[in-house]
Design a protein around this ligand. Structure first.
Ligand code: F55
Length: 794
């Protein structure tokens, strides 16, 4: 490595502006400044990156590989600046050239290479792995189009393609020399013991590397994303015959594979291209992992002691059969031994128990695309059944390939993402497998990185904390408990309250400028931001809002606690019910915000195009965190943790990690309501449960009635009959049954918020007691209980 003295950030920016981008300060546009700053920061990241790579190699340490179809990383420049502690230097360097730091940061495209929680978790994990100094790679797909851009037209969601690569960014290094051939289709031949797959079609996976730097630049790992390339990019024969479209066809075909992220977060569509993407990612990652392992160690029987591969949900589950195919078919290791090596190397995280989200592929499609893998899966299934004679289920029932079952059998550890979710795994989807392998399921409750979700996004609060207890909390978040004594100090608590109030003013100003939406920062900022889904129950929230509005209208002079209901979130393009909920919220907002009788007490905003960047604005300014899923349905949630950490108490059900958040922050600092997961299962058996709940609560009945009669859609009164009909009928997610208790909890919120000091105490206890929800703690749990991996910084 070159040992040069580090130039100042200012000089480095100017050097890159001049020599990397060919601009002088007079002619540089904002993007040039952003790129020059990014390169200046990147240079320093690269130093840490090389150091980490060399240390990993020299120590022969075990490496962790995180395979995920999604990495919802968002913008990266601020992450780098914050982790290298360059904030002040960057601000003053830009100021010298009359550039505003925040304008420059805001110019970066937001890389939305994921749908929601699962993808964001992968991004937080990468940052924690680097902060901890655990040698690791993330493997994913370099989608040209991330998650669609959302706008509203007449209150309805409209999707536009997202082209994050349309602008320059500084973070990836193309590795044209790192390419692997990935095959599809074809046939299988048998020569005695030797089985060979002969794919009919092949594409090339090309690597793009992004360094991920940890806190204080002590370590940096790699996110390696694969891009599809044609092996023979151009069909010259076709071109010479004058068929220009056919000439370009191989290139187009190969590129489609990494063209677009599937926008569904809960419904499995079973599409051929999706299965191709899954094998493309997994096949390329495994070749890369084995190449690195071979160069360093050689003996494949030692694989599990040097390599841990984590499957982020079942999406890369083909890793099991693919690893066996390589070990057995290509390297001649006996099948049962190959299976054991693979299992000891692999582990699997489950993120959902919703039946419609569990991946299964039709055997015809699967066998056509991956003819050798389907044979191996049958052999795994047989081998597993032979070793466990009491097994009654199969991963190959109903002409399907069941990826959850396959993943479980091929993993030495299977983990849930919260305590409740992990227990439910044992009694529902994986009951039989759990009974056969009682030590396999373990819990690792999710976490979030405090660097992005407190230090970077909430500088006011981070500043107050550091001033109070020092900066130890940044990579040891449980140190936040040292704030507890300060909470008893009225002066300190005032400052804590003022931080929140300043954050709310900042958000109000932004909403005014960006969306022409003006709100009083003294209202309760009540926030529900997440993907749209019936189980997350945004419709419960809007029903309560409508009922509250009607109540205020009945008595407009009473002493109401002013409230802003903030929503944001995307619906899967084909999920029409969820899209109707968005439209209902927007329609209700238009009517209610315009009501002069009520609008100083109640306002509604649905901000478009929710993404990581918007979350970073909203989380620090929230007073109240809405976590209101039907108990048993939200595996964990991670937004819930971000809000608690930033001082927004939760109104929520006993679902996912809410249970553990309440245990940590204290029941008195959490607004609990609703049925438990057990009660939910019982209530579903009760005949006409929704009708009974409606009959018992006149507020609910009236809210449903005004929607049904078209108060928010006068031009089309029946517009929301699908929603009201669903709620009055099957109401699978028990919106009606939980309504009354939700109403009660919300009125407790109103009363509590009137006592501003009492509220600040509650908020501060949420911050002080949320340290356990750091993804550093989660990653250390994986390292110890699942990967048997060590930090090279300890
Ligand atoms: C994406 C694609 C498919 Cl095919 C299926 C699911 C998804 C997805 O995005 N799932 C997801 O985000 N699950 C969430 O994972 C979080 C992290 O563990 C949990 O906190 C959250 O409860 C869960 O819904």
């Amino acid at each position: 490595m070159l040992q040069l003295s580090t130039p100042s950030l200012r000089d480095s920016i100017l050097r890159h502006l001049t020599y990397s981008f060919g601009k002088d300060p007079e002619h540089a546009i904002l993007e040039d400044w952003r790129m020059a700053l990014s390169y200046a920061v990147r240079d320093r990241i690269v130093d840490a990156w090389f150091k980490a790579t060399h240390q990993t190699y020299e120590t022969g340490a075990k490496r962790v590989y995180y395979l995920s179809m999604e990495f919802l990383i968002g913008r990266l420049l601020e992450d780098g600046i914050v982790n290298l502690e360059l904030v002040e230097e960057a601000k003053s360097a830009l100021a010298e050239f009359s550039k505003d730091y925040n304008d420059v940061l805001a110019d970066e495209p937001d890389a939305a290479l994921g749908n929601g929680g699962l993808g964001r978790l992968a991004a937080c994990f990468l940052e924690s792995l680097s902060t901890i100094g655990c040698p690791a790679h993330g493997y994913g797909i370099r989608y040209e189009h991330g998650l669609f851009r959302q706008s509203f037209v007449g209150g309805r969601q409209v999707e536009q393609p997202e082209l994050w690569l349309g602008q320059r960014h500084a973070w990836e290094f193309e590795r044209p020399e790192v390419r692997y051939r990935i095959g599809f289709g074809g046939h299988v031949t048998n020569h005695g013991e030797t089985v060979r797959w002969h794919p009919a079609e092949e594409v090339e996976a090309e690597a793009f590397d992004t360094p991920v730097v940890g806190w204080k630049g002590r370590w940096a790992n790699t996110l390696r994303l694969w891009s599809g390339r044609a092996i023979h990019p151009f069909d010259l024969a076709a071109f010479n015959h004058g068929d220009y479209a056919a000439a370009a066809a191989p290139e187009a075909l190969a590129r489609t594979i990494s063209r677009v992220l599937y926008p569904d977060d809960t419904t499995e569509q079973g599409k051929e291209l999706r299965l191709k993407q899954e094998y493309f990612l997994t096949g390329a990652a495994l070749r890369d992992i084995l190449r690195r392992f071979n160069n360093q160690f050689g003996d494949l029987r030692k694989l599990p002691s040097k390599v841990a591969i984590q499957l982020n949900d079942t999406h890369p589950a083909i890793a099991g059969p693919e690893l066996i195919r390589i070990l057995h078919d290509e390297r001649g290791i006996p099948f049962d031994e190959s299976m054991d090596i693979a299992r000891n190397t692999l582990s699997y995280t489950n993120h959902t128990l919703l039946p419609e989200a569990l991946e299964s592929w039709g055997e015809a499609l699967f066998g056509r695309l991956l003819p050798r893998h389907i044979q191996i899966i049958d052999q795994i299934d047989n081998e597993h059944a032979n070793r466990n004679p009491s097994r009654t289920q199969s991963m190959r029932a109903d002409h399907q390939v069941k990826m959850g079952q396959l993943s479980f059998v091929m993993a030495h550890k299977v983990n849930g993402v919260s305590a409740l979710h992990t227990e439910l795994m044992k009694t529902t989807v994986f009951e039989e497998l759990h009974n056969l392998h009682p030590d396999r399921i373990v819990n690792q409750t999710n976490g979030v990185t405090p660097r992005r979700w407190l230090l970077a996004c909430n500088p006011r609060l981070a500043g107050l904390i550091t001033e109070s207890i020092g900066e130890v909390w940044v990579d040891d978040l449980e140190q936040l408990e040292k704030l507890e004594p300060y909470i008893e100090d009225a002066g300190w608590l005032d400052r804590y309250g003022k931080v929140k109030r300043d954050n709310k003013v900042e958000l109000s100003n932004w909403m005014g400028q960006a969306h022409g939406f003006h709100v009083d920062p003294d209202m309760i900022f009540d926030v529900q931001i997440k993907r749209l889904h019936e189980y997350k129950r945004q419709h419960l929230n809007i029903l309560e809002t409508i009922a509250h509005w009607l109540e205020i209208r009945d008595n407009p002079d009473a002493d109401w606690t002013p409230r802003l209901k903030l929503f944001a979130g995307k619906a899967a393009p084909g999920y029409f019910f969820a899209k109707d909920i968005i439209r209902l919220i927007n329609d209700a907002a238009a009517v209610i915000n315009a009501d002069p009788l009520t609008n100083k007490y109640l306002k509604i905003a649905f901000l478009p195009n929710y993404n990581v960047t918007l979350a970073e604005r909203l989380v620090p300014a929230a007073d109240l965190s809405e976590q209101i899923s039907t108990a048993g349905k939200e595996a964990s949630g991670t937004g819930n943790m971000k809000f608690a950490l930033n001082g927004a108490p939760t109104v929520g059900t006993l679902d996912g990690a809410n249970v553990e958040i309440r245990d940590h922050v204290g029941a008195e600092n959490f607004f609990l309501f609703g049925m438990t997961a057990e009660e939910v299962m019982e209530r579903r058996m009760v005949e006409s449960h929704a009708q009974k709940a409606i009959a018992a609560d006149p507020r609910l009945a009236r809210a449903l009635e005004v929607i049904r009669e078209g108060r928010f859609s006068p031009a089309e009164p029946e517009r929301y009959h699908n929603i009201t009909g669903n709620l009055e009928g099957a109401d699978y997610f028990l919106v009606c049954s939980d309504f009354s208790d939700y109403w009660r909890a919300q009125r407790e919120v109103d009363a509590a918020f009137k006592d501003q000091q009492g509220w600040a105490r509650m908020a501060a206890f949420n911050t002080a007691r949320s340290g356990w929800f750091s993804s550093d703690r989660t990653i250390r749990g994986y390292m110890k209980d699942i990967w048997d991996a060590k930090s090279l910084l300890d």
